[in-house]
Write a protein of this length. Structure first.
Length: 170
């Protein structure tokens, strides 16, 4: 009986230590997200751009409000947006669901960016933009790279109150 319990404990320990393809994907993408977060909290758009070059495919497509952009177009838009913030206080991405098939993966991701800025009224405001995206990835070598990102839902808030966004993704 003691031998059976020991064998069972060893098998459970091995099972918990062996990461499947979905675990590998989630862990790698979460590590990448932490790097993006660190760059954005510093408003370091150059570091953000280097991360894009490392973790995004050359033919990357960014889709927001039905408009498709290239990696460069998305980066340029992000750069302009980040300049409007005095300070970025949150930049988070969290995988909600993930499916891995061979060297391809798809994830539904919850995203949030928040910060402070001076509004047209010359007062400080907290602005946030968030929502859910569907992201596609391709594994190149040992690295998961994002090949597309499409906003499925989005919401913008000023001082905690939802503000309308023309052509918003819902």
């Amino acid at each position: 009986m003691k031998k059976l319990i020991t064998s069972g404990a060893i098998m459970l320990a091995v099972a918990l230590c062996v990461a499947g393809p979905e675990d590998d994907f989630r862990n790698q993408v979460n590590r990448q997200s932490k790097k993006y977060e660190a760059a954005m909290l510093k408003k370091d758009i150059k570091a953000f751009g280097k991360l894009l070059d490392t973790y995004v495919t050359k033919d990357f497509k960014y889709i927001e409000n039905g408009q498709t952009m290239t990696k460069k177009q998305m980066f340029d838009q992000m750069g302009m947006s980040i300049k409007t913030f005095q300070k970025v206080t949150k930049f988070k991405s969290r995988i909600i669901t993930a499916q891995v098939q061979g060297n391809k993966a798809t994830a539904t991701v919850s995203n949030l960016m928040e910060g402070t800025m001076i509004g047209p009224d010359k007062k400080k405001h907290t602005m946030s933009f968030g929502g859910n995206t569907v992201e596609s990835f391709i594994k190149e070598g040992k690295t998961w790279k994002m090949s597309s990102m499409e906003w499925k839902t989005s919401e913008m808030k000023q001082d905690g109150k939802k503000i309308p966004t023309p052509g918003g993704a819902g």
